[in-house]
Design a protein around this ligand. Sequence first.
Ligand SMILES: NC(=O)c1ccc[n+]([C@@H]2O[C@H](COP(=O)([O-])OP(=O)(O)OC[C@H]3O[C@@H](n4cnc5c(N)ncnc54)[C@H](OP(=O)(O)O)[C@@H]3O)[C@@H](O)[C@H]2O)c1
Length: 327
Amino acid sequence: MKAIVYTKYGSPDVLQFKDVEKPSPKDDEILVKVCAASINAYDWHFMTADIFLIRVMGVGLFKPKNTRLGADVAGRVEAVGRNARQFHPGDEVFGDMAGHGNGSFAEYVSAPESVFALKPANLSFDEAAAVPMAGVTALQGLRDEGQIQPGQKVLINGASGGVGTFAVQIAKSFGAEVTAVCSTRNVEQARSLGADQVIDYTREDFTQSGQHYDLILAANGYHSLSAYKRALTPKGLYVMAGGSQAQIFEAMLLGLLMSKASGKKMGGVSAKPNQEDLVFMKGLLEAGKVVPVIERRYPLSKTAEALRYLGEGHARGKIVIHVEDRV
Ligand SMILES: NC(=O)c1ccc[n+]([C@@H]2O[C@H](COP(=O)([O-])OP(=O)(O)OC[C@H]3O[C@@H](n4cnc5c(N)ncnc54)[C@H](OP(=O)(O)O)[C@@H]3O)[C@@H](O)[C@H]2O)c1
């Protein structure tokens, strides 16, 4: 089968489109014919090892131990392992291969059943592939770490990317009053996703406005931890999902200390892919409460181009790898 393979860290130039062995499902696995995959910053970090921690976390100090990339996937079940009970050949599924060998930039994947859920019936494969990592990160950031409640004032910083476009819609579905922060060209998109207020970060710094929020999800950009704290209500919560490296490390290193000192919880979300949350997202998607935003689609052979575009840092919503032409 065709797949994207890399044997050294670097720019998208390190990616090769080549023939590899088609996987066969182990006893608890299902073999899925990939119809679509989608790109995440996660893939960028695995490809470049730009965050040094990635190398020491077992991904490979000098070169990648696992030569395959791609987490988000949607496709059709082709075969099931001996002990796999949940899915049957022909089922349409979506999932997140992070923690299970990655490899969704390929014509087939094989992974445990728990990686997948049935694809939302109203979504194309491209749309379904856009959901797992970004959607579940937004969900866990708002619901689990952020303890979101109806009527709360919630701000999403970085509301126009993969995580942010899901976060705006998920926060609305929980009954929050949502403020989206993005650049000028994405203001209309944020409104159309349901944001009650939109702040253009090129014109206004929300941390200086005097407004206070019960919950802030930081998906992109950068503000210091003390600036975020200033924008929170007295019992407000700050949840860092991503953004600049400084934003990530400040939350990891200083969040706990600042929480103890201020009584405002300043922490982060580290998304844990799981079937239950995929099913939760399926419910929101089928109810029309959440709609994936896809800016661009690339064929599998052009995955390097897709990653190059994501790496520029201004993708709107999701970038999809369209693998099977018939769908
Ligand atoms: N914690 C976890 O478990 C987890 C899971 C998934 C992702 N992440 C992290 O979450 C972050 C966001 O992921 P993503 O998929 O949303 O990335 P993305 O799709 O690549 O984000 C691109 C978006 O970021 C916006 N942006 C760029 N600079 C900004 C700024 N200064 N202020 C506000 N928005 C800005 C861009 O909008 P403009 O063009 O308008 O600037 C663009 O729409 C990444 O750092 C990723 O590594 C973490």
